[in-house]
Design a protein around this ligand. Structure first.
Ligand code: SF4
Ligand code: SF4
Length: 352
């Protein structure tokens, strides 16, 4: 099992992605606005709740604002591996002995300085890049994944290439489109063509023997090559659960404050949650897996949901088409099937 442990509800940034009017008016029935900012349950409980075969991912807010608890958990909880999703600004303060223990670090960065600072704040890009350099110099040898958000202002092709050329070997991206109206979502047409361009670049690199670890392509192509069906690819609600600071359990880290959807607590365990009819009835479900439990529960009746599905379907269809070439390259031993291997549920959502 995979657990997101929330170590801080607060964040040291106010990125434009989180600061949205679309999140609406306060809703006391759905949200618990009194969830403590830091962990309030007895950390000893995690020692029995987390089993040796599990993985723990620290998450927030900004999880490093709770770095004392991160250290205590890493010192006392036995599991298969620790991971963290962070904005990267405080990585230099955690200490190399802890940073080097992470199996995976997912750092939020949108590409070059201009696009990152536009959405995350001035000077953020410089600090993140400094910290990424520092942790590598201090011996971090785990997986470092750049987590991007793609907006109407970003060119996914150019920005992913920038990250690949500047020290990131693993890249994932998410679309900032769920809450937009249909008129605003027109930029997805350009995104769709940029994704195809990026996919073509990915295939060309394979012809030289390199399988670039672009997660939205890598994971789905792996399923196609192995002829595997997939449930929700982030694992939320069935393989991936979130332990909130008050000890409650939510099916997904984005639903941390949403008491209405809590599915258990650290004392009594939890029950599983799956995507609803909208995805179960979809012809692309086996490959897509449902994209996002959170939006499926809350927004699957919106027109914008279907519009995003059009984008998902196009990308899945293009990957299926390109799999013919990939299979040929594997057959000729230019690349291997093993090059697509990855740890499932490591914090990347997979479907953008
Ligand atoms: S394409 Fe859309 S409706 Fe189909 S499974 Fe994915 S998220 Fe669900
Ligand atoms: S894809 Fe959706 S359900 Fe999965 S972790 Fe992200 S917000 Fe949660």
């Amino acid at each position: 099992m995979f657990y997101h442990i929330i170590t801080s509800i607060g964040c040291n940034l106010s990125c434009k992605y989180c600061d949205k009017e679309e999140f609406g008016e306060p809703d006391e029935e759905t949200y618990d606005y009194k969830v403590p900012c830091k962990i309030s349950y007895d950390l000893e409980k995690l020692k029995t709740f987390v089993k040796k075969e599990d993985y723990v991912t620290f998450y927030g807010g900004e999880p490093l604002l709770g770095m004392d608890d991160i250290r205590k958990i890493m010192d006392s909880v036995e599991c298969q591996g620790f991971m963290i999703q962070t904005n990267g600004l405080l990585l230099h303060e955690l200490g190399a002995e802890y940073v080097n223990k992470f199996k995976t670090i997912l750092v939020s960065i949108d590409g070059d300085e201009q696009i990152t600072d536009k959405y995350r704040g001035e000077g953020v890009h410089k600090k993140v890049m400094e910290n990424v350099k520092l942790i590598k110099e201090q011996g971090f040898s785990g997986e470092l994944i750049a987590r991007m958000v793609i907006t109407k202002d970003s060119d996914v092709y150019a920005q992913v290439k920038w990250l690949l050329e500047n020290g990131f070997e693993n890249v994932h991206w998410q679309l900032d489109a769920m809450f937009s109206d249909l008129e605003e979502m027109k930029w997805l047409e350009k995104y769709n063509s940029d994704v195809v361009k990026l996919m073509n670049f990915w295939i060309e690199e394979m012809k030289t023997g390199k399988v670039l670890r672009l997660y939205p392509f890598l994971v789905v192509m792996d399923s196609i090559l192995r002829n595997e069906r997939s449930l929700l690819r982030c694992g939320s609600g069935y393989s991936n659960f979130t332990v909130v600071t008050n000890g409650k359990i939510s099916p997904c880290p984005i639903m941390t404050l949403m008491k209405k959807y809590y599915c258990g607590d650290i004392d009594n365990g939890y029950k599983k949650t799956f995507v609803n009819w909208r995805c179960l009835a979809c012809l692309d479900y086996d490959l897509c897996g449902g994209r996002c439990l959170y939006s499926n529960i809350l927004y699957s009746d919106l027109e914008s949901y279907e519009k995003l599905c059009d984008t998902t379907r196009l990308y899945l269809k293009t990957l299926k088409k390109r799999s013919v070439v990939v299979k040929e390259l594997i057959g000729k031993k230019v690349i291997s099937l093993e090059a697509f291997m990855h740890l499932k549920y490591n914090g990347v959502e997979v479907i953008p």
